[in-house]
Design a binder for this molecule. Structure first.
Ligand code: NAP
Length: 248
């Protein structure tokens, strides 16, 4: 049996990953966490219909510090061994508002960076102890280079990426793989209101395939879809004196 813990299971990308895992393995046990119990129950039914051996739901709001502290104990009761852990939560704050509203900016940074890395540290301890498993963390291409249009979000994702890079080295000694996922534009509720360049926009299903296949191969960094590796390599190579003049 494959034991899969999904933090932020209501994410469109996370849901697509769960469905993709089930397409390839009919012996999956899921523990789904999220703050919206109705949405979680709907996802639970969907995964059960698709053949999951068991699906448990745990209420969890990443922003709640005491919830973070007790999460692992609650997970342990349902799933003593973790084979795959997918960490998906994130929110795309309004950059303009971040520039003028410090408490809004702090809240966004707290969720996308602080809360994620503190949770990852707890998960890392558990995985290190059991000496097996794969940790898959959704960061973003936005963390590769700060841009005018979303540098609050990008800086938080950069923090997650850097943290995971260190965690990867630590956990390798315990035979635990860490995959940092960097999606480009994906059509999900998070981006529903944005005008995006259609040719570069992927579906959650396309991205899920790349994430799950990449993690199974223990890839350290997974650009999703893969062409974002080329785009971001070029973007990172643009010298600052040119980059600062671009309206990105
Ligand atoms: N879509 C893209 O273009 C894109 C690109 C790069 C990276 N990403 C990253 O991919 C991940 C998944 O996002 P998605 O695209 O699948 O978007 P999504 O469907 O909108 O999912 C966002 C997830 O984050 C959760 N979340 C938001 N605020 C939260 C909070 N305060 N506490 C706990 N959970 C919270 C949401 O929970 P609720 O359902 O309760 O709101 C939901 O599960 C995120 O980390 C995002 O930054 C997305």
């Amino acid at each position: 049996m494959k034991n899969i813990l999904i933090i932020g299971a209501t994410s469109a990308i996370a849901q697509a990953c769960a469905r993709y895992w089930l397409q390839h393995s009919n012996d999956c046990h899921f523990v789904l966490t999220g703050r919206d119990q109705q949405k979680l129950a709907a996802i639970q039914s969907d995964l059960q219909i698709r053949g999951a051996v068991a699906v448990d739901c745990l209420p969890f709001d990443l922003a709640d510090e005491s919830g973070r502290a007790s999460l692992l104990e609650r997970v342990e009761q349902l799933m003593p061994q973790l084979d795959r852990v997918l960490v998906a939560p994130g929110s795309l704050p309004d950059q303009q508002r971040c520039q003028t509203d410090e408490s809004y900016a702090a809240q966004a940074f707290q969720l996308n960076a602080n809360a994620i890395v503190l949770l990852l540290e707890r998960l890392a301890g558990k995985l290190e102890q059991q000496r097996s498993g794969k940790l898959i963390v959704i960061s973003s291409v936005a963390g590769d280079r700060g841009r005018m249009s979303n540098y609050f979000y990008g800086a938080a994702k950069a923090a997650v990426t850097t943290f995971c890079s260190g965690l990867m080295m630590r956990l390798q000694k315990a035979e635990v793989s860490v995959s940092i996922v960097k999606p480009g534009f994906v059509r999900t509720p998070m981006t529903a209101d944005l005008e995006l360049p259609e040719k570069l926009v992927a579906t959650p299903e396309q991205v899920a395939r790349v994430i799950v296949d990449g993690a199974e191969k223990c890839r350290s960094v997974i650009y999703a879809p893969g062409f974002w590796l080329l785009i971001m390599t070029i973007i990172k190579l643009i010298p600052n004196f040119v980059f600062r003049r671009l309206s990105l």
